[in-house]
Design a protein around this ligand. Structure first.
Ligand code: 5GP
Length: 189
């Protein structure tokens, strides 16, 4: 069982650091990897699809999943629930399929407690200024939400040292390959 946990890769980093882009690129290049789809109570952004980006739920639906112990971990982030459904992870690990979770720092720490052999990678933006400009360019957040995310980002950056590996996202392709190399090395150990 311990070895199977080495197929579990957890990626965190501040909102706007490009985690989702990097992880999707890694999957495009290495389709054997599967990405866990989280549940959330936040509204879909334009272009996001239910069951692809997230499973979108009401607060009541989410809370009932928690009660039924169907969430591996969950947190509240900027006033919304986010969580990893158990069904996204365990079956794949049992089948020896590498699975990637893209989650925030508290969830990542909880996963590491449950799966001590998992690998935690922190993606940092080149600078906080660059992070703010990426959040603004995305154009999906109000000024108030950008401030909330910048505040969370500063808090999240403090946790970078708790991760097994840290990578800086200067270039999406290079960052994706760097993380893939980390996963592969870990799987081979
Ligand atoms: P966003 O609203 O930008 O999609 O996500 C906000 C934050 O929640 C990001 O840091 C994202 O990685 C994190 N997140 C997404 N899904 C989960 C999850 O299932 N669990 C936890 N703990 N965090 C999540």
């Amino acid at each position: 069982m311990m070895n199977k946990q080495r197929n579990l890769l957890v990626v965190s980093g501040p909102s706007g650091a490009g985690k989702d882009t990097v992880v999707s690129r890694m999957r495009e290049r290495h389709p054997e990897i599967e990405i866990s789809v989280s549940a959330t109570t936040r509204a879909p952004r334009p272009g996001e699809q239910d069951g692809v980006n997230y499973y979108y739920m009401t607060k009541e639906q989410f809370e009932s999943k928690i009660e039924q112990c169907e969430m591996l971990e969950h947190v509240q982030y900027c006033d919304k629930y986010y969580g990893t459904p158990k069904s996204e992870v365990d079956k794949r690990l049992d089948a020896g399929i590498p699975v990637v979770l893209v989650i925030e720092v508290i969830g990542a720490a909880n996963i590491k407690k449950m799966y001590p052999e998992s690998t935690l990678v922190f993606i940092a933006p080149p600078s906080m200024q660059e992070l703010r400009s990426r959040l603004c360019q995305r154009g999906t957040e109000t000024a108030e939400k950008i401030e909330c995310r910048m505040k969370c980002a500063q808090e999240e950056m403090k946790h970078a040292q708790e991760y097994d590996f840290r990578v800086v996202n200067e270039n999406v392709d290079e960052c994706a390959e760097e993380i893939y190399a980390i996963l592969n090395q870990r799987r081979g150990e």
